[in-house]
Design a binder for this molecule. Structure first.
Ligand code: NDP
Length: 346
């Protein structure tokens, strides 16, 4: 009997926030690996905010998904058949297998994962793409210096928590912004932030700005931009001269095609934004981590031991079952996750 696998396809493009109707669960025969390929049985699949952008048909740094095509994403799994030299059955690999239980993929470009070195989930989170993003963006564009003040939102997520913990280890004052009292408690107690502000507790940017002023008496030297929206508007007036803003993401606007229905919100109009950057001599750098894989080894060498000795803490949010991936992804976009979102597929 033919062995079957499951995958999730993009059924239609979302209009605003995605809904379950935008996704379709499909069953199809497990493929046979061609020459140079391996067949992987996926164990864990990563859910990441960037996937929202791929669902739109708009120009970006990466091509859009086609309607009817498999949802893209990084996963870690076990090789169950190999047609590629140097890749053995039973080995674990990480790669772009998409939202699926199985994938036959070229072995070239796959990263081997040692399940005895660290839990395999770490290859998708704290030691994988998002953790690397936080470390790289902070070190390369944040240029942290001891005694400075850093603010980062989505503070308990895999990017924000890495940014905050590395900055703390370098002697900065670190203020997190997160959604709700539980996440704020986690930012301080689990991840060691100095303070964390609940963005839901402040209805307007000016109220959030006042709370930030109290938490940042010496102003803000580094704003690691993960969210945009109300948080950006609240932070901007507090930036110190020669401050740095690594632009990593702007999730508050992803459901509105990246620019956002509220992109013209009071306080974020082009002239005001530009003038703030000019008169404060700010360095504002956008970056996409896939252009910087050459620094991954350095990241692992630096942060691997910090995870092993407990100075970098980990938080994962694991949903069971591929069929529950759409709901978990929809939740991620509005803060329903606590820690690195992923799906246990096997
Ligand atoms: P998270 O796991 O932190 O999940 C996203 C979080 O964003 C939510 O949990 C929520 O946290 C917060 N959020 C959602 N909507 C809003 C809003 N309107 N205002 C404020 N916060 C909001 O995600 P990641 O750590 O994986 O990613 C963080 C950011 O980094 C994203 O913008 C992502 O796109 C970006 N990124 C960029 C990369 C690059 O190469 N440039 C690579 C990887 C990620 P809470 O409940 O605490 O508000």
């Amino acid at each position: 009997m033919t062995e079957m696998m499951k995958q999730i396809a993009l059924a239609s493009r979302p209009d605003g926030a995605p809904t379950p109707a935008n996704f379709r669960l499909e069953e199809l025969p497990v493929p046979t690996p061609a020459a140079g390929e391996v067949l992987v049985r996926v164990h864990y699949m990563s859910l990441d905010p960037y996937m929202r952008g791929r669902m739109d048909d708009s120009k970006s740094y990466a091509a859009s998904l086609q309607v009817g095509g498999k949802m893209e994403g990084g996963s870690v799994g076990e090789i169950i058949a190999s047609n590629a030299e140097g890749f053995e059955v039973g080995e674990f690999v990480m790669g772009g297998f998409g939202w699926a239980t199985h994938a036959a993929v070229p072995a070239v470009g796959l990263a081997k994962v040692d399940p005895n070195a660290a839990p395999i989930t770490y290859s998708l989170g704290v030691l994988g793409m998002p953790g690397f993003t936080g470390w790289f963006g902070l070190m390369e564009y944040g240029k942290p210096k001891s005694g400075e003040t850093l603010v980062v939102a989505a503070a308990t997520g895999p990017v924000g928590s890495m940014v905050g913990q590395i900055a703390k280890s370098l002697g900065l004052r670190v203020i997190g912004i997160a959604g709700g009292p539980e996440k704020c408690k986690m930012a301080v107690e689990h991840f060691g932030f100095d303070e964390c502000i609940d963005h839901y507790a402040y209805a307007t940017a000016s109220e959030l700005n006042e709370a930030l002023q109290a938490a940042c008496p010496k102003g803000i030297d580094i704003y690691f931009e993960n969210v945009g929206g109300k948080v950006l508007e609240a932070v901007l007036p507090l930036m110190n001269q020669y401050g740095r803003i690594p632009i990593c993401g702007m999730i508050a606007w992803y459901n509105a095609g990246g620019l956002g229905a509220d992109a013209s919100q009071k306080g974020l109009t082009g002239p005001k934004l530009w003038r703030t950057i000019l008169v404060n001599f700010l360095s504002v750098n956008g970056f996409i981590i896939s252009n910087h894989w050459d620094r991954l080894g350095e990241f692992h060498k630096t942060v691997g031991p910090m995870i092993a000795n407990g100075s970098v803490a980990v938080q994962e949010d694991i949903t069971e079952g591929l069929e529950n991936a759409p709901d978990a992804f929809i939740k991620l976009l509005t803060g329903g996750n606590t820690g690195k979102a992923m799906v246990k597929v096997i």
